[in-house]
Design a protein around this ligand. Sequence first.
Ligand SMILES: C[S@@+](CC[C@H](N)C(=O)[O-])C[C@H]1O[C@@H](n2cnc3c(N)ncnc32)[C@H](O)[C@@H]1O
Ligand code: SF4
Length: 271
Amino acid sequence: MYSDIGQDIFHEHPCLNKAAARWFGRIHLPVAPECNIRCRYCTRVYDCANENRPGVTSRIIGPGEALQLVTEVVERDRRIRVVGIAGPGDPLANAETFETLGLIHERFPHLIKCLSTNGLLLEESLPRLKAVGVKAVTVTVNAVCVAVGTYIYDHVCYWGEVYRGRFGVELLLRAQQAGIRKAVAMGMMVKINTVYIPGVNDRHLTDIARATRAAGAQIMNVMPLIPQGEFAELPHPDREQIRLARRNLARIIGQIDHCRQCRSDAVGMLC
Ligand SMILES: C[S@@+](CC[C@H](N)C(=O)[O-])C[C@H]1O[C@@H](n2cnc3c(N)ncnc32)[C@H](O)[C@@H]1O
Ligand code: SF4
């Protein structure tokens, strides 16, 4: 199922591999508050220690503090293998992401560096990501056709210009596909996050799986929508819906079934 690319990463990355999650941990560094698009399901509220969902962090830290944190955590817990940046905004829209990863890579070259992104800036960021040791990226792809995408994305901001409606969605979807292809060509492991949004993209998941697999992505993580933001009134998909979706999609691309939808400042073991 997985190419030779990334076999080493796959074996030790707890978010990519359920078996690895029993033995190895990760640390998410909340250094990236800004985002360059608006997904209608996203709200990023800080100072919310008890909330466990993506995009939440107790606070934002800077690159120096991130390095200090990693140093302390790795010293305390030898099981940490992965340093990731998962927001709370989009890592590639924040210069601090590159500075942080550069510092960590210099000090801890053996740790796996990864990040998750909406993909808008992925293609153009790849040389810089490679330079700071990133070998695994997650791209959130919720649609591969513009008609579906316009229900999900409010706007896209690219080099200072705001694009609304189908113009923004076209830009985003094209950038995602180009970024995935180039990341794979550069030897990176690419995982796809897809939020299962009932009544919006649930009949479109096969198209997403096919298109991203064709672009070279190795694995897919179908995540249930946490109803909030403009999608607060939509239902939370039940376990059975997610299980069935994953079972069908597994014929096209490998599926992850142990994702905990972690916070942007999660530290330690997944379970
Ligand atoms: C907070 S984002 C940060 C990384 C990056 N901006 C992105 O979108 O990939 C991390 C992941 O959380 C997901 N997410 C955010 N809000 C969500 C929600 N309400 N329900 C389910 N997943 C959500 C995003 O789609 C993304 O896959
Ligand atoms: S790209 Fe990520 S951080 Fe930005 S709005 Fe969408 S989910 Fe939120």
